[in-house]
Design a protein around this ligand. Structure first.
Ligand SMILES: *[C@@H]1O[C@H](CO)[C@@H](O)[C@H](O)[C@H]1NC(C)=O
Ligand SMILES: *[C@@H]1O[C@H](CO)[C@@H](O)[C@H](O)[C@H]1NC(C)=O
Ligand SMILES: *[C@@H]1O[C@H](CO)[C@@H](O)[C@H](O)[C@H]1NC(C)=O
Ligand SMILES: *[C@@H]1O[C@H](CO)[C@@H](O)[C@H](O)[C@H]1NC(C)=O
Ligand SMILES: *[C@@H]1O[C@H](CO)[C@@H](O)[C@H](O)[C@H]1NC(C)=O
Ligand SMILES: *[C@@H]1O[C@H](CO)[C@@H](O)[C@H](O)[C@H]1NC(C)=O
Ligand SMILES: *[C@@H]1O[C@H](CO)[C@@H](O)[C@H](O)[C@H]1NC(C)=O
Ligand SMILES: *[C@@H]1O[C@H](CO)[C@@H](O)[C@H](O)[C@H]1NC(C)=O
Length: 484
């Protein structure tokens, strides 16, 4: 990278050996200059009110030249360091501050690129297409401030700055960082880390930010904003705070220990988190007795649950609007009738249970009163084929076909039928389901009705005849004469 004639600088990175470093360290300790770590370094760029914005307009930028300033303690380079060899080597080695406006490469290799500047205290790389820091920084004794901002840096190894012993401030704002694989390892005197302005992916794990000893360095925690699809524009601390809160909730309730608890959304503006709890396949015999606040979705598929009473009487279920209870042992949901939950749920899935009958009128009322109801799945249950229930059930299925989207798959079973006979409920007709069982009962009743109708007709005819006879002949019927 550095094409220089200077004898000192010609050496490759290999010469930057630990033994040399050790020597430098010892020398520094001897001369007492390591005390520098106790004194804050004041940047020349502040003193000179200098900025890299629009650096391409500087005349030096055309050729990638560096300029010394600040009584020659500082160097700023525009798009390269092509004239570095013209500066006496001794003076280069004494530089304390370097600003690279526009690093000429996509990769910055601290091992070789910083080698000419062993005494720098402040390093800035700004406004450049830098993508990657190739290696961790070597042992450096004076470097206190590293500012890499407005670049395309998209990843950083947590160990990158570990050996920069005097380091106090790292500014990584306005880059393209997406994630950090764990807390940055930082040296002893470290004070401030800036991370805002990067497109952080908060779906990734940043929970360590909340651990006091690891996250305390972060100086701009309120400004770190997420950029991933799920948490776009939410504050990272808010996101991580809820993640930790949810984890604590799920770990502190025995019923939820084996469930997976995740946040699926944070509502914009109000910042209310929404959680999903998945307790499927856990051989649960009952619904969990506690559900964390702000949970909206609960999966309890493939368990051995037979009772849905908690939906009615356990207040922690009140806002759990989506409940998946497929493949359990539920034989009745009658208890839900008239309850708050049944009139506010959004999704209830009860496929593969043991339901034979439900209170159809109650279901009708509940769905009628519940504007949120979006999906109710009831297929794969042993519904009974009976005249009254099944026909009304069929009516409800047709009325709410938009909600009961598996209605086409709902079948019923004829009682006492051998071999077992099934029918698709939507395809049933009254003849299918009413004739065979109820015809014998209706027969004697019909006979009685016929007899009674005949008698009424006979009596009325007799009355008409008597009236006619009386009018024409003045004779009252025989029975009237006999009456006292
Ligand atoms: C770049 O540096 C060289 C050597 O110091 C110098 O001769 C030249 O004038 C400089 N160019 C600009 C544009 O500053
Ligand atoms: C970062 O990369 C994008 C896309 O390659 C490019 O347009 C942009 O100029 C780069 N940023 C800088 C500061 O060079
Ligand atoms: C790093 O550089 C940017 C751009 O010049 C500046 O705004 C910021 O304040 C610097 N960071 C620190 C910690 O000095
Ligand atoms: C964020 O991370 C998640 C989980 O690793 C990944 O699925 C998703 O694609 C990432 N999103 C972005 C925008 O990088
Ligand atoms: C969680 O799983 C472990 C191991 O499978 C089991 O021993 C324990 O009883 C389970 N706890 C609950 C509450 O289901
Ligand atoms: C639920 O959300 C509210 C914000 O609306 C928040 O104050 C509360 O801590 C949350 N509770 C849980 C357990 O996440
Ligand atoms: C719930 O957890 C089970 C494993 O226990 C998994 O198979 C299933 O896909 C999960 N469901 C969802 C919606 O995450
Ligand atoms: C109905 O059942 C068939 C076969 O089991 C299945 O492929 C289909 O997805 C089901 N349809 C609905 C709406 O559940």
């Amino acid at each position: 990278m550095l094409q220089m004639d200077s004898g000192h600088l010609k050496r490759s990175s290999n010469s930057f050996r630990p033994s040399v470093l050790l020597l430098v360290t010892l020398l520094a300790l001897f001369s007492g200059s390591i005390r520098i770590v106790n004194g804050e370094y004041i940047s020349h760029s502040y003193q000179h009110n200098f900025t890299c914005v629009d650096w391409k307009r500087a005349p030096e930028a055309a050729v990638g030249n560096c300029t010394r300033y600040g009584r020659y303690g500082a160097l700023r380079c525009y798009g390269g360091l092509n004239n570095l060899p013209t500066i006496p080597d001794l003076k280069v080695r004494r530089l304390e501050e370097i600003i690279f406006c526009g690093w000429p490469e996509r990769v910055f290799n601290p091992l070789t690129d910083l080698q000419p500047f062993p005494r720098i205290r402040s390093l800035t790389i700004e406004h450049s297409d830098l993508r990657e820091i190739a290696y961790d920084f070597p042992e450096m004794l004076y470097l206190q401030t590293i500012n890499i901002s407005w670049t395309n840096l998209s990843q950083i190894n947590p160990r990158t700055f570990k050996r920069v012993h005097a380091l106090r401030v790292v500014d990584l704002r306005w880059n393209q960082l997406v994630q950090l694989d764990g807390p940055l390892l930082l040296p002893r005197y470290f004070e401030k880390l800036y991370l805002a302005g990067n497109p952080w992916n908060c779906t990734r794990n940043f929970k360590w930010l909340l651990i006091p000893e690891k996250g305390a360095f972060i100086a701009d925690r309120e400004e770190i904003i997420c950029a991933d699809k799920k948490y776009k524009e939410r504050n990272m601390m808010t996101v991580m705070g809820y993640k930790v809160l949810l984890r604590t909730e799920c770990q502190s309730h025995v019923d939820l220990l084996n469930c997976s608890c995740t946040m699926h959304h944070i509502i914009p503006k109000t910042h209310i988190p929404l959680y999903t709890i998945n307790c499927s396949n856990l051989q649960f015999q009952a619904m969990p007795s506690y559900i964390p606040a702000n949970t909206t979705t609960l999966y309890l598929n493939n368990n051995e649950i037979s009772d849905v009473l908690p939906l009615l009487d356990n207040p922690s279920y009140q806002n759990v609007v989506d409940v998946h209870l497929d493949n359990n042992r539920i034989s009745s949901i009658d208890v839900l009738e008239g309850g708050y939950w049944f009139e506010h749920f959004r999704l209830l899935s009860l496929r593969g249970n043991k339901l034979q009958k439900i209170p159809v009128y109650a279901l009708d009322n509940a769905l009628d009163d519940n504007p949120n109801a979006n999906l109710l799945l009831l297929s794969d249950n042993p519904w009974q084929c009976t005249c009254i229930f099944t026909l009304r059930f069929r009516e409800i299925l047709m009325k709410y076909i938009e909600i009961m989207r598996d209605a086409n798959n709902i079948t019923c079973v004829y009682k006492n039928s051998k071999p077992m006979r099934r029918a698709n409920v939507l395809a049933l007709t009254p003849q299918d389901v009413c004739k065979p069982e109820e015809e014998p009962k209706i027969y004697p009743l019909d006979l009685l009705n016929g007899v009674l109708a005949f008698l009424i007709v006979a009596i009325l005819s007799k009355l008409a005849w008597d009236y006619y006879y009386y009018k024409n002949y003045g004779r009252v019927p025989w029975i009237v004469m006999k009456l006292p």
